[in-house]
Design a binder for this molecule. Structure first.
Ligand code: TMP
Ligand code: ZN
Length: 412
């Protein structure tokens, strides 16, 4: 295990390198057309992952410039999933009970297409969304959401504070793990969170990732995978304290964290997860070595399956042109020569090509008619919703899952 040249962005300890993926494209940088200009100039970076066994965070050690990832071509629109809409509606209802509608406002960092703040806009709650990608901000505005296009940092927090005052609630879902400069964000939150306010963060959880071997949660845009211990380390430095957590199955296993500036009683659920992390040895480098071996086996198993079916002349497609599949496809050397296309319902993605592997993305509406022999479920975290939808459409295929291990489901 090599020591990395980089220091942990959470606690400044030396981190240990665990994975070198070689050259990888940016996962959401879909290619509009396949020609020499695009393919030769495709941006790649050497994706290396390290782990800090002092604070238990997994992080990419050499993150590309943030403007290369978050810009007016950002490909992820969260509202494509009905399940996620209802997940956020439930959070919205819970949060509204913590707010005084006349006085308080809610700030969301990483508001994407407005999937969450829409409920606040519809019910005339004071709210503000901040997101760094212009195209998703435009969609949020069309959804009636008050949104600002900016990276959230200390300066932005001062501007927001001057205009709106302190926020009673700050919500950051599936975004904190996108942000390389987590100290700057924590400083900004400290500036703007009300003394009696609540900070709520939700993102993929380290222990789940370890359990199912889903290294593909990591790509340039997801440059951190957090745990209770690592979030505590970060926010305690900025006088913000974790007091509760809630676990969800979303995105392959996510944790929702509740923080306050006040010294609130810690819940028993929080203590249970603190103990679970210790029992699962998240401070032991061997835990991550086993995780790495598991991920390599999953990748080899998928590659061997695709090559053998391709040799038999079968049509193999994918479902869900997910950002995380960019890690799996590029790392496993599965490209357009092995996969006929990937079906997806996001209008922005349809007609484009996957980064690095140049597989065409087709409208999910064509799936029933095309009926590929095998369909790799790249959006495995939306399995129930997708398989039910395609069952209703009477689509015929053999579904292929690869996490936590290769599994075929016959659907005809
Ligand atoms: P995610 O796993 O990062 O949320 O990405 C899911 C991708 O799958 C996204 O590109 C939208 C796509 N998708 C469909 O095409 N059909 C669906 O029914 C769902 C839920 C997602
Ligand atoms: Zn650390």
């Amino acid at each position: 295990m090599n020591k990395s040249d980089c220091l942990c962005r959470v606690c400044s300890s030396t981190i240990s390198d665990i994975f070198d993926f070689g050259n990888m494209p940016i996962a959401n940088n879909l290619i509009p057309v396949i020609n020499d200009t695009y393919t030769k100039n495709e941006y790649k970076y050497n994706m290396k992952i390290g782990v800090c066994i002092n604070c238990s965070s997994l992080q990419i050690v050499n993150v590309p410039e943030k403007e290369l990832m978050f810009n007016n071509q950002y490909a992820y629109f969260a509202s494509q999933s009905e399940f996620m809409k209802s997940h956020f509606e439930k959070l919205g209802n819970k949060v509204m009970q913590l707010m005084d509608k006349e006085k308080d406002y809610i700030l969301e960092i990483g508001s994407n297409d407005g999937i969450f703040l829409k409920y606040f806009a519809d019910k005339q709650y004071k709210h503000l969304g901040v997101d760094a990608s212009e195209n998703v901000v435009e969609t949020a505005k069309k959804n009636g959401v008050n949104a600002l296009c900016s990276f959230f940092d200390e300066e932005t927090s001062i501007e927001i504070n001057n205009k709106y005052g302190k926020a009673k609630i700050i919500v950051i879902t599936n975004t904190m793990h996108h942000i390389e400069n987590c100290q700057e964000v924590a400083k900004g939150i400290n500036n703007i969170l009300a003394e009696d306010g609540t900070l709520i963060i939700e993102d993929p959880y380290l222990l789940d990732m370890y359990k199912i071997g889903s290294i593909e949660q990591v790509y340039a845009e997801h440059n951190f995978i957090w745990s209770l211990h690592s979030y505590k380390t970060l926010f305690e430095k900025h006088s913000i304290k974790l007091f509760d957590v809630e676990h969800f199955d979303t995105h392959g296993g996510s944790m929702r964290y509740y923080f306050s500036k006040q010294n609130l009683n810690k819940t028993s659920t929080m203590q249970e997860y603190i103990n679970l992390e210790l029992n699962n040895k998240i401070f032991d480098i061997n835990t991550f070595i086993k995780f790495q071996e598991n991920c390599i086996n999953i990748s080899k198993e998928l590659y061997n399956f695709v090559v053998s079916k391709s040799k038999e002349g079968k049509i193999i497609a994918g479902y869900g042109a997910t950002a995380k599949s960019a890690t799996t496809l590029n790392y496993s050397n599965i490209d357009k020569n092995l996969i006929s296309c990937i079906y997806d319902s996001t209008p922005f993605k349809i007609g484009k090509y996957t980064p690095g592997t140049h597989i065409e993305i087709k409208d999910a509406k064509l799936f029933t008619k095309d009926s590929p022999d095998y369909t790799i479920l790249f959006a495995w975290n939306h399995k129930k919703e997708i398989i039910e939808k395609e069952k209703n459409n009477k689509s015929k295929t053999i579904w292929v899952e690869y996490i936590p291990k290769l599994k075929l489901t016959y659907e005809n």
